[in-house]
Design a protein around this ligand. Structure first.
Ligand code: NAD
Ligand code: MG
Length: 298
């Protein structure tokens, strides 16, 4: 194992300030093909039993942030159901193997979450495969940059909303009957919720909606002992960015304008999700935890 997350170190130098070459992958993109590769914690995340015996469903967990969260959860003692698109099978297999190497169960559940029936099936299969459910991480998302509103198609607008917010609603609704007091729901939003890029009109609007959904639902579910929170990442190097998430010319300077001066690596987000999933955050509800390299947030 390399330097783990508990090693005292300079956060600026923990990872190099990458300058990714211009590259393109068809949506949804694969971690396997990403240049440079990312750190999802395979060699660096050290668990200490913070989620022992827990059962988690994580969407978009084949790659990027979701993969880092899945690896961390398993190292902390949780069994994990992985949701991803069928064309991401190769990435998902790698994550499943790391989970199994941690001595935990990995349940692989491919499917397209823009369909409400698939979302309901996903929850059903996760509950069956894990033998219950007490952590739900709504993390799947799509981001396609478009320069002009006139070029933003009705179809893209619709698919972005279906993926990024409708699916959160469908999956959460299907999961609720299975969630006992003590369970935790964590939604991945973005700094885009309050600092929208001019090229990400549809995406940023869904991230604003996720923040709002989180804060409303947290109040509704608090009396049931179910906590709802969000994590708002800044720029993290993942396949999302190279499958048209950014204009190509922006890739070499990705993340450099943050106060810390570099893009984040997916595993640097994992402890935020572990904290919100674990009972140690029992009094944290409706919170958005910003993990963004120092950009001011509301
Ligand atoms: P990623 O491409 O690794 O993960 C996104 C995942 O979403 C894909 O792997 C895919 O499995 C899933 N997905 C997309 N469309 C789907 C569909 N129709 N059905 C099922 N699954 C689908 O990229 P990531 O950056 O790790 O993204 C994870 C989350 O983090 C997203 O919600 C994204 O908006 C959010 N986020 C990312 C950044 C960043 O800089 N990378 C910043 C803020 C927020
Ligand atoms: Mg992926």
């Amino acid at each position: 194992m390399g330097q783990d997350q508990y090693t005292f170190q300079d956060p600026i130098k923990r990872y190099p300030s990458i300058e990714p070459p211009q590259q393109d992958q068809p949506e949804p993109g694969l971690d396997k093909e990403l240049v440079p590769h990312t750190d999802r914690g395979e060699d660096t995340y050290r668990g200490t039993g913070r989620l022992k015996g827990r059962k988690a469903l994580i969407t978009g967990s084949d790659s990027g942030i979701g993969a880092a969260v899945a690896i961390a959860f398993a190292r902390e003692g949780a069994d994990v159901a992985l949701s991803y698109l069928p064309e991401e099978e190769e990435d998902a297999k790698v994550v499943a193997r790391v989970i199994e190497e941690a001595g935990q169960k990995a349940v692989q559940l491919p499917g397209d979450l823009t369909d409400s029936n698939t979302c309901r099936e996903l929850v059903k299969n996760a509950v069956e495969g894990l033998g219950g459910l007490d952590i739900l991480v709504n993390n799947a998302g799509r981001q396609i940059a478009v320069e002009k509103l006139e070029d933003l198609s009705d179809e893209q607008f619709d698919t972005t909303f279906k993926t990024n917010i409708y699916a959160f609603f469908w999956i959460t609704k299907a999961a609720l009957p299975h969630l006992q007091p003590g369970s935790s729901i964590i939604n991945t939003t973005s700094i885009q919720a309050y600092q929208p890029s001019p090229t990400l009109i549809d995406y940023a609007a869904t991230k604003g909606a996720i923040n709002n959904f989180t804060k409303g639902l947290a109040q509704q579910l608090a009396p049931r002992g179910i906590r709802v929170n969000a994590v708002a990442p800044g720029p993290f190097w993942t396949p999302l960015q190279v499958s048209d998430g950014q204009p190509k010319e922006a890739l070499p300077k990705f993340g450099k304008s943050t106060p810390i001066g570099r893009a984040g690596q997916p595993t640097e987000l994992a402890p935020a999700y572990v904290f919100l999933a674990s009972s140690e955050s029992s009094y944290v509800m409706g919170e958005t935890l910003n993990v963004n390299g120092g950009s001011p947030s509301p």
